[in-house]
Design a protein around this ligand. Structure first.
Ligand code: 5CA
Ligand code: ZN
Length: 413
């Protein structure tokens, strides 16, 4: 499907360092230097299930991985970025049913709103933006590879994946079996289903149910399971051993573990690094569509909030930390954006060169945006002379810092 319009990004005169990311699988800060001979980094980030508007939690995750995309580019790489849209799944069908709209219409409407939100937040668009529905042939082909590997069995008319077929199962999340069993039912799993070989086995193909959409397949009419969807889309656009699989930390298990398992059993390697964004809370709980404690990006935009202030709130939290949204942070960011614009409007300012190098360096080291924001604030303070001693010694400072903010942090001021 169509992605959103990507913002143009200034290229910087200074090249940033190679990027290192915290890898969930190894628990270590890991260099993510593309192995492709053509110097291209390959990124997959799990996309939305479009049954409701984009909330600040989604936005935080996509802005987090946008920093990775930008850090790679600033280090001199090109980036191939794939993202899915889970445009058919239980929550979407349930919501469509509940509000009495056609599920296709609901998915299209919410996906369009997501595109507008991403554009407003200046998130670079993926190279491939791919829906589950349009990927059904890919899913079928991958299930057939799993069948050939002997990792698929039937429960009634549904197809299941045997987790024991992957000797590396568990290597991505590093969870114990007990922990997996506890999490699984809360994240779409069905450990209690009779007829399964292992309670952790997951659905690959869900046979048609009355009133649900279905597509023909060699296994009978039905629709794709969730984990095989991302496995198939990632493999199609990025190939095996791509650089980074990303998403929120709620996807560590089972989603990313299962997708990796599918691909291993099919005979390929999945991601080299698994990176996860922290969860944003609101009113004391994880912001989630199912709980309804939501702050929508579109609602903030509709109340004339500058999207750059929204983005600054997100940048002030490290992508891996869990944090809670408050309106006070937004109001503070609105003030800061105003102050930064004032500093930039002077043209001259404190020396910009060291700020550029330091910002690129902290971002390359596990995307430390809060440190980058502090460095920019230091330049703003020096330029405006909060101590009464304004420094305007660098005649090109404002232009340099403006480009840096735009290219590295996605803030166009
Ligand atoms: N369609 C699947 C992924 S294939 C899905 O999880 N969709 S979602 O709409 O529920 O979430 C979209 C992205 O936002 C995922 O990467 C998810 O991990 C992330 N996310 C969801 N809730 C939050 C939150 N409260 N804070 C941060 N990130 C979140
Ligand atoms: Zn996914």
């Amino acid at each position: 499907m169509r992605a959103w319009t990507t913002p143009d990004v200034p290229s910087l005169a200074v090249r940033g360092p190679e990027v290192a990311l915290h890898d969930t699988a190894s628990g270590a800060l890991t260099p993510v230097v593309p192995q492709d001979p053509d110097n291209t980094a390959r990124l997959y980030v799990c996309g939305i299930t479009p049954y409701d508007a984009t909330h600040i939690g989604h936005a935080a995750t996509y802005v987090g991985f946008d920093l990775l995309n930008r850090a790679w580019r600033n280090a001199g790489h090109s980036v191939v970025y794939a993202q899915n849209v889970t445009d058919v799944d239980d929550p979407l069908l349930e919501r469509a049913d509940k509000v009495g709209v056609d599920w296709v219409e609901l998915a299209e409407r919410e996906t369009e709103l997501f595109r507008e939100d991403m554009e407003a937040l200046r998130v670079l668009a993926p190279t491939y933006y791919t829906g589950a529905v349009e990927s059904i042939p890919l899913v079928i082909a991958l299930i057939e590879r799993l069948q050939a590997a002997g990792a698929v069995y039937r429960v009634d008319d549904d197809l299941y994946f045997s987790v024991t077929a992957d000797p590396d199962f568990g290597a991505e999340s590093n969870l114990t079996r007990e922990q997996m069993l506890e999490i699984f039912p809360n994240r779409g799993g069905d450990p209690e289903r009779a007829g399964k070989k292992d309670p952790l086995d997951c659905v690959l193909w869900r046979a048609e149910r009355p009133g649900e959409p279905s597509w023909p397949s060699p296994f009978g009419p039905g629709r794709p399971g969730w984990h095989i969807e991302c496995a198939a889309i990632a493999l199609e656009h990025l190939g095996g051993s791509f650089d980074v699989q990303g998403g929120g930390s709620d996807l560590v298990f089972p989603h990313h573990e299962m997708s990796a398992g599918h691909v291993h059993v099919a005979g390929d390697a999945f991601a080299r690094v698994y990176a996860h964004a922290g969860m944003v809370a609101y009113d004391g709980e994880k912001m989630s569509k199912s709980k309804g404690n939501l702050v929508f990006v579109s609602a903030l935009r509709n109340s004339e909030i500058d999207p750059m202030a929204i983005r600054l709130v997100l940048l002030r939290h490290h992508y891996r930390s869990d944090w809670e949204w408050t309106d006070a942070q937004l109001f503070d960011a609105v003030d800061t954006v105003g102050q930064w614009r004032r500093a930039l409007s002077l043209g001259r300012g404190a020396p910009a060169g060291p700020v550029v190098e330091d910002v690129l360096e902290v971002l390359a080291a596990d995307l430390d945006a809060p440190a980058a924001v502090e460095l920019v604030q230091g330049w703003v303070d020096a330029t405006l002379g909060s101590d009464g001693l304004a420094d305007t010694s660098d005649p090109t400072a404002a232009a340099t810092i403006r480009d840096l903010l735009d290219a590295a942090l996605g803030l166009r001021l």
